[in-house]
Design a protein. Structure first.
Length: 263
């Protein structure tokens, strides 16, 4: 009897192990499936790549074509736009892969105002790819430091996060570049830029930003300012001036998207 009991126990044990292994395998397969093949954020079909965007939707995303070598304003020819020609901005150049048009605007609104971090991640991945391509083609160098464009603390508190910090962290991790979000702070809370007229946007007070607690990191550093979208550029212009005054060697801008034309 004890032998039979032992054998039965063995069968039960084997069965349990098998079932356990089977369910574990299924779990891993499901986890892998979810990790490797999320749904496309735009069409809902399987993305089939390492970002939540399928290849067809990725190809339909509007890219920035010919643009000003300095401020990335879309142009009809290669070169520098009239405004940069008349007066060089404080930053040296703007890098951005996308145009702020459908569906980039939709993804960005979902990220900024709907708190959908997956949308922010997809846009940040597209920017990372662009920077890698530019770097591989010798069209850009990697900086010493990434700095997210700061939000005033009240705005950050209300939104719950700063979109530029989320983008910066993704870039920092993927490109292995240090980042710092306490080097500079926004001390004047200006209204959201898209609520303002073009004239009002250009009137950003010079003391809108101030050097923060970790301001020392700026000394002699080649800095990249990270932001979501550029409209008139008054924010990055004022901020670049603050950073250069605080000792930064140079300032470059990396953005998710550029508005099609100045509006
Ligand atoms: Zn899709
Ligand atoms: Zn320009």
């Amino acid at each position: 009897m004890p032998t039979r009991k032992k054998a039965l126990h063995g069968i039960v044990k084997m069965h349990t192990c098998h079932t356990h292994r089977h369910s574990l395998k299924r779990l891993f397969t499901q986890a892998n499936y979810q990790l490797l093949s999320g749904a496309c954020l735009l069409c809902g079909l399987s993305a089939g790549q390492d970002m939540d965007l399928c290849r067809a939707c990725e190809e339909s995303i509007p890219r920035l074509g010919l643009h000003c070598d300095i401020c990335a304003t879309p142009l009809k020819t290669v070169g520098i736009c009239g405004r940069c020609h008349n007066k060089r901005p404080a930053f040296s150049t703007v890098q951005t892969p996308l145009l702020y048009q459908y569906p980039v605007d939709l993804l960005l609104q979902r990220f900024k105002f709907g708190g959908q971090l997956a949308a922010g991640k997809v846009l940040s991945q597209l920017l990372t790819r662009h920077i890698r391509e530019q770097f591989d083609n010798g069209k850009c160098t990697l900086p010493d430091l990434l700095i997210p464009v700061p939000l005033h603390w009240k705005k950050r508190f209300l939104r719950g996060f700063n979109q530029s910090e989320v983008i910066t962290r993704e870039l920092s991790r993927e490109l292995k570049i240090k980042h710092c979000q306490r080097a500079v702070k926004r001390v004047i809370n200006t209204p959201a830029q898209h609520h303002l007229s073009k004239k009002e946007r250009q009137r950003l007070p010079r003391n809108t930003f101030a050097v923060g607690r970790a301001g020392k990191v700026l000394q002699g550093a080649r800095v990249v300012l990270v932001d979501d979208v550029l409209t008139t550029g008054s924010t990055v212009q004022t901020l670049s001036q603050t950073l250069l005054k605080a000792g930064a060697k140079s300032v470059e801008i990396w953005l998710l998207a550029r508005t099609p034309l100045d509006n």
